[in-house]
Write a protein that binds this ligand. Structure first.
Ligand code: NAI
Length: 338
């Protein structure tokens, strides 16, 4: 039996993500939590004849800070017994904003939701979508450490949308329209220059003309801006993110159920996972997105593909590390210096 929970389930990502979870044959029970509208979203989805039993829990009326007893009870009911918790709660970007601009609002939202996870489902895998991922994952780690329940193998920053974008945008060059065939690792973090697609490590290998490489890398790094601009104030990527978030959650659940050989890039706490220590030493940062092999207990091992990167990519990795250091420190200090 697998119980999945979506926190922030009424939002632009939360609703389509909850729909994908509801129709998944891998999920037996689905709980939705948000500060608004969750009973409606859950009632709507409950009319779909798929197997997952669904419940919606909402914060006590008007409680946006999560301080009222009713909100606590709603979180408790939603999270108890969870195996996988997916967090797309928080505000998205508007044109002209970077993901770091979201920190002031989303840091507190993620902290409080992870506090609830530490109390009501300390063994669950936690998948953080809320931006800035480079900081919200360190926040989640510090909260779990403080509560004495941090299991680095089960805390994931969801960077799958960067992988999906790399797989998609490369088709404009290759002309191939079947993305299932191509695997492109994306490493680093999840914002701008911290996103590093490693096209040299694509499987099967692809040949990208030198004069097209800069533009392609830039499009993967800043592809989110295309959506923010096109939505013109109405938010950022939601549908493609719901697809990516579900794709990652599905991998986590399949591995949990014993499927072997599942590898996904994700933003993890390196010193806490097998194979991560050497990557932390090489990069000088504790959090980094690398391909990890998944198993029943979360990360089985981090795969160090960084030494295989070519010189062009190594320069991008160095640049990513610089940005990540600041983002990670902001996240850690948000909890430790509070
Ligand atoms: P949205 O504003 O449409 O939805 C967010 C939802 O979170 C709303 O329903 C809101 O009521 C809810 N919420 C706010 N505070 C909450 C709390 N304390 N507890 C529970 N729910 C709460 O935003 P959208 O477009 O769904 O984006 C959500 C987040 O995902 C943003 O931070 C965005 O930047 C991020 N994102 C991450 C991506 C990634 O690749 N990791 C890609 C795209 C967006």
């Amino acid at each position: 039996m697998v119980k999945a929970v979506v926190l922030g389930a009424s939002g632009g990502i939360g609703q389509p993500l909850s729909l994908l979870c509801k129709i998944s044959t891998l999920i037996d029970e689905l709980s939705l939590f948000d500060v608004v509208n969750t009973p409606g979203v859950a009632a709507d989805l409950s009319h779909i004849s798929s197997k997952a039993k669904i419940d919606g829990y909402v914060a006590e009326k008007g409680d946006f800070k999560g301080e009222k007893e009713g909100t606590e009870q709603a979180k408790k009911a939603a999270l108890t017994g969870a195996d996988v918790v997916i967090i797309p709660a928080g505000v998205p970007r508007k044109p002209g904003m970077t993901r770091d601009d979201l920190f002031n609002i989303n840091a507190g939202i993620v902290r409080d939701l992870v506090v609830a996870c530490s109390k009501y489902c300390p063994n669950a895998s936690i998948l953080v979508i809320s931006n800035p991922v480079n900081s919200t994952v360190p926040i989640a780690a510090e909260v779990l450490k403080k509560a004495g329940v941090f299991n680095p193998k089960k805390l994931f920053g969801v960077t799958t949308l960067d992988v999906v974008r790399a797989e998609t945008f490369v088709q404009d060059i290759s002309g191939e329209r079947n993305t299932d065939k191509v695997v492109i690792p994306v490493v680093g973090g999840h914002s701008g220059a911290t996103i590093v697609p490693l096209f040299s490590q694509a499987k099967p290998s692809i040949n990208i003309p030198a004069d097209k490489l800069d533009a392609l890398v830039n499009r993967v790094q800043f592809g989110g801006d295309e959506v923010v601009k096109a939505k013109d104030g109405a938010g950022s990527a939601t549908l493609s993110m719901a697809y990516a978030g579900f794709r990652f959650a599905e991998s986590i659940i399949k591995a949990m159920k014993g499927e072997k050989g599942i590898v996904e890039p994700t933003f993890v706490y390196l010193p806490g996972v097998a194979g991560g220590e050497e990557i932390a030493k090489a990069t000088g940062v504790d959090f980094f997105s690398v391909p990890v092999e998944l198993g029943p207990e979360g990360v089985e091992k981090a795969i160090n593909i960084l030494p295989s990167a070519n010189d062009y990519e190594k320069k991008l990795i160095d640049e990513a590390i610089k940005g990540l250091k600041t983002n990670i420190t902001s996240g850690v200090e948000f909890v430790t210096k509070a």
